[in-house]
Structure formats: C-alpha cells, structure tokens
Ligand binder design. Structure first.
Ligand code: NAD
Ligand code: WQD
Length: 337
C-alpha cells in the first residue's frame, strides 16, 4: 500500500488515479487546506477503485504513527505542502512550519516505523537563478530560490539527503517538477485554486470561463523570441506517470535519486495563450503588464536522465494540455464547489 500525503490536491489526485490504475492500493492523508474530498470521490468513481482519504495533518505525529502502524505501507509519496510563492514571502513561518516542519515529522515517523521509501515533490525552483536562459540538468549545483517557498524545497531535499546518508536503508526519489498544467482527459478532476489564481494557466482558464476579465502578461521585454518568459509546461497526467515510474524504479534500491520531470521544451506566455484560444474557441483578452518580481526569463528541463533511467518521457503536447484544462474548466466552472 502507498501512502500519499497531499493526495487530494492537484498533482496528488492525478497521481492517485494513476497509481490505482496501475494496481496499487492507496491511502491518502490530506488536511484539505487547499483541496476538496470531492477530488478523491471522483478519482474513485473514474477508476472503479477505492482510495481511502484520512483527513489529517502531516504535522500530527500521533496520527502518522497510527497510520503507519495500522496499514501495510511500503512507500510514501509526499505532496503535502503549501505552494503559493507570493504568499510565502508574506508568511514565511507558515511555509517553514508546514513544509519543512511537516516533512521532518513525516520522516521521523517513517524512520520509527521502518518505512524508508519516499518520493518527494521537489521543484525546478531549487535551481534558482543561474543567469540567462537556462536548461536545467540534475548535476547543476542547487541555487538560491528567491522565495521562502522555494527555499523550503532546497531545505527538504537537503534534509532527505542527510537522512539517507545517516541511514543507508533509505531510498529517496527527489522529483523536480517544471510547470504542471492540464487535467485528466475526463475533465472530472483538475486544478481548483482558491481565490484569484497566481499561476498562468488557471488564470487564463478563469478568463475563458468568464470569472475574470483579462489576463495580465507579466513583461514582454525579456530576451526571448516573443519577449515573454519561457517555461517548460508538463501535462499533469505525464507528471503522474513519472511518479509511478519513479516509485517502481526505487522499490528494490537504496540511496537518493534525483530526476527532472519536464518536457525539455520552453513555451512562451503568448504560446500558452494561443494554445488555450485554440482549445476553447474564443479570444483570451490580455494586456501587457510590468514584469513580476522574482520571475526568471527562461528555463526548461533537460529530461534525459529520467528518460534513460526511468524510461519516462512526456507524451502530451501543449495543445493537449490546454484542451484538457479547458474540458475541466468548462465542465466545472466553479471547480469542485
Ligand atoms: P495542492 O495545494 O493542490 O496540493 C497540496 C495538498 O497538500 C493539498 O491537498 C493540501 O490540502 C495538502 N496539505 C497541505 N499542507 C498539509 C498538511 N500539513 N498536512 C496534510 N495535507 C496538507 O498543490 P499541488 O500543485 O498538487 O502540489 C503538490 C506538491 O507539488 C507540493 O509539494 C508542491 O510544492 C509541489 N510542486 C507543485 C508545483 C506546481 O506548480 N503545482 C510545481 C513544483 C512542485
Ligand atoms: C508562468 C509564466 C509568468 C501569471 C511557479 C512557481 C514554481 C513552480 C511552478 C512550484 C511566467 C507568467 C503568470 C499571470 C503571466 N511551483 N504569468 N500572467 O512562476 O513559472 O512557476 O509555479 O514549485 O516554483 O514559481 O509559474 O504559472 O506563475 O507563471 O504573465 O497572471 O506566466 O510571468 O512567465 P512560474 P506561473
């Protein structure tokens, strides 16, 4: 059985679905601070299987001990955490407490229970500012992320590395995601941000569905082909498949493994807008706004290590990502509510 922390969230719910389809038993632990139990109900309906959801917090050591004591957990996929970059600048302690503190409590409970197999949601943000347009490779030194959120990812990677160094029985996969977007092809599960979205694709979606008036494109004077920032967008179902590959790969190994999960291609903000317009069949009104503080001009994954070692590559195009996002948004204009 696989314990999935944060499994009711955006990436977690798509990964739970994929795990169930691959025949894994799944237990979800989520405090629902940024998600809804409805996501797991829908995953169960889509798969005809039964992932159980326990509503609770990864900082609750007694609860973790109980879960690890009562269920035959062989590995943990750890998604639980706070992820809003701007909010983390305003509330750094909440991010260090939830992300770093929560991860330490989880690692301690796993250590005590003898469950030493962990897949962790890291981020391309750990590469920090490397200067100019960059392809990120796993062998690059970690940078200094500009936000407390990003720093929590560097800290947790470091803590996990030191834990595995001290106790070689551990097996840890650090998965560095690029920009996850899209939704399950059914349109029944997807990303459901609370309040005004911070991220590009959820924002465009709410413009397309009439909840927001127009997109602000943050800067068109970068040194990129059309002047807007380049990012490596990855379909959440490709990302979910990467987790299953990583989990299966590390099952009979020990040590720490790091993989970029990205497509290897950069798309501009305007490329995304045009792909979304094609998917939804309407124009997305936008204005060019000043640059957003902390944004890097252009970066994308070198995805070769995951291809070589996991036999995993992205399969879905930017058009697929936008078509699936639009299907989810059109079927669920108010998200899960
Ligand atoms: P999400 O907010 O949809 O999912 C996170 C889930 O964790 C939510 O369901 C939330 O309720 C739960 N959670 C938060 N704190 C918890 C706690 N203390 N105890 C129990 N549950 C808790 O976010 P997501 O986009 O699915 O991201 C999942 C993971 O991937 C996060 O760790 C995030 O930092 C990381 N990540 C996300 C992106 C991205 O762009 N979405 C990119 C790189 C890395
Ligand atoms: C993408 C592009 C914006 C909104 C963030 C985190 C990162 C990772 C993924 C977790 C940028 C532009 C955006 C808008 C815009 N998360 N944009 N108008 O910043 O690449 O990455 O999410 O680990 O750590 O920083 O993603 O979707 O916010 O922005 O023009 O309203 O869209 O400037 O170029 P980002 P994003």
């Amino acid at each position: 059985m696989i314990l999935v922390t944060g499994g009711a969230g955006y990436i977690g719910s798509h990964t739970v679905l994929t795990l169930l389809q691959h025949g894994h038993d799944v237990l979800v632990l989520d405090n629902l601070c940024n998600s809804s139990a409805e996501a797991i109900h829908r995953v169960n309906r889509l798969t005809g299987k039964n992932a159980r959801l326990i509503e609770g917090d990864i900082r609750n050591r007694a609860l973790l001990d109980q879960i690890l004591g009562e269920h035959p957990i062989r590995a943990v996929i750890h998604f639980a955490g706070l992820k809003a970059v701007g909010e983390s600048v305003q509330k750094p302690l909440a991010y260090y407490d939830n992300n770093v503190g929560g991860s330490i409590t989880l690692i301690e409970a796993m250590q005590a229970a003898g469950v030493k197999n962990l897949v962790f949601s890291s981020s391309a943000t750990v590469y920090g500012e490397q200067g100019g347009a960059r392809e990120y490779t796993e062998t690059m030194p970690l940078g200094v992320p500009s936000s407390p959120y990003g720093k929590t990812k560097v800290m947790i990677e470091t803590i996990l590395g030191d834990t595995a160094h001290a106790d070689p029985a551990w097996t840890i996969a650090l998965l560095r995601y690029f920009n996850p977007v899209g939704a399950h092809e059914s349109g029944d599960i997807g990303e459901d941000p609370q309040g005004i979205p911070n991220n590009l694709v959820p924002y465009i979606s709410q413009v397309a569905v009439g909840r927001l008036e127009r997109l602000a494109v943050y800067g068109d004077d970068y040194d990129t082909p059309d002047g807007t920032c380049l990012r490596d967008y990855i379909h959440v179902m490709d990302l979910a498949a990467g987790h299953v590959k990583a989990l299966e790969h590390i099952a009979d190994k020990t040590g720490v493994y790091t993989w970029n999960l990205g497509s290897g291609t950069g798309s501009s903000v305007l490329d995304v807008v045009r792909a979304y317009e094609k998917a939804c069949g309407k124009a997305i009104p936008y204005t060019i706004a000043p640059r957003r503080a902390g944004d890097l001009p252009a970066f994308w994954a070198n995805p070769e290590k995951a291809a070589r070692e996991l036999g995993w590559r992205t399969e879905r195009s930017l058009d697929d990502m936008m078509a699936d996002t639009w299907r989810w948004q059109a079927k669920n204009p108010q998200g899960y509510r």
